[in-house]
Design a protein around this ligand. Structure first.
Ligand SMILES: *Cc1c(COP(=O)(O)O)cnc(C)c1O
Length: 260
């Protein structure tokens, strides 16, 4: 719902008249969860950055979230899954200069639009996509940050390179002109078993360590681990996430997607 929608949504306290106040409260709650997870893992508070996953969320609540984040003194990143949404919302958010990452599967023919609005593509999972991104970035005189997406759970519905191929692909991507490899990303296992979820995140951390330890050209900055969402960010922070991607815990539940 947007700031201009009449009435209150179910589950919202009737005394909370302004939906932007709810949003700010949910954002603070997510920051508290991250801080508690950092402490539990004996990691420095503030070592995990927050990216707000904004798929299906219109521009006004995103603007409210950015405003709430900056008034907390905790700037956030934004993440879009679909280039179509990136392009539609980009102009509506441009005055706030958000730092936007692509976090969904990127088709090669959408590379130009992605480069126009995003500072980082987190979903590189083939040499072809890396080459195309690098070529466009270099031609535009840009250096584009990228992460290599790894499918740690092996679930067939998920994008990402197989774990066994992750280090060779990362080394290959790190050498592409126009790109700067910043680390690895994954979408965690869809499992009610916390141990299964954590094992996937631990695997991504070991792969990241192997990439950096390879000493290959361009891998020394590949320290980022983008992992963890609304339901499992604690497990991800425990396993070393440097960036968690949170949508529903801040913006509320999304309508079920029409197609996978
Ligand atoms: C939607 C999405 C998220 C956030 O998921 P929530 O469960 O809403 O926090 C994170 N990462 C990716 C890639 C997503 O598509």
């Amino acid at each position: 719902m947007t700031a201009s929608s009449p009435g209150t949504s179910p589950g919202t306290s009737p005394s909370t008249a302004d939906p932007d106040d709810d949003l700010a409260a949910r954002l603070r709650a997510v920051h508290r969860r991250i801080a508690a997870a950092e402490s539990a893992a004996a990691r420095p508070v503030g070592s995990v950055r927050l990216l707000l996953a904004t798929k299906t969320v219109p521009a006004p609540p995103i603007r409210a979230a950015l405003a709430a984040a900056s008034s907390l003194g905790r700037p956030v990143l934004l993440g879009e899954n679909r280039v179509q949404e990136l392009v539609a919302k980009g102009p509506e958010l441009a005055d706030l200069h958000p730092d936007v990452h692509v976090i969904g599967h990127l088709q090669s023919n959408k590379v130009n639009a992605a480069l126009r609005w995003a500072s980082c593509v987190e979903t590189v999972d083939t040499p072809d996509l890396a080459d195309r991104l690098g070529e466009r970035a270099a031609r535009a005189g840009q250096l584009l940050d990228v992460l290599v997406q790894v499918n740690v759970s092996g679930e067939a519905t998920k994008y990402g390179v197989e774990p066994a191929d992750a280090v060779p692909l990362a080394v290959r991507v790190a050498a592409v002109e126009g790109l700067r490899l910043r680390g690895l990303m994954t979408v965690g296992a869809r499992s009610p078993d916390d141990a299964v979820v954590r094992a996937g995140y631990a695997l991504l951390r070991r792969l990241r360590d192997d990439v950096v330890a390879s000493g290959a050209p361009g891998t020394s900055d590949a320290t980022a681990l983008s992992m963890g969402m609304s339901g499992d960010l604690e497990a991800a922070v425990a396993e070393g996430a440097t960036l968690v991607r949170v949508g529903s815990a801040v913006f509320g539940a999304r309508a079920p997607a029409a197609a996978p």
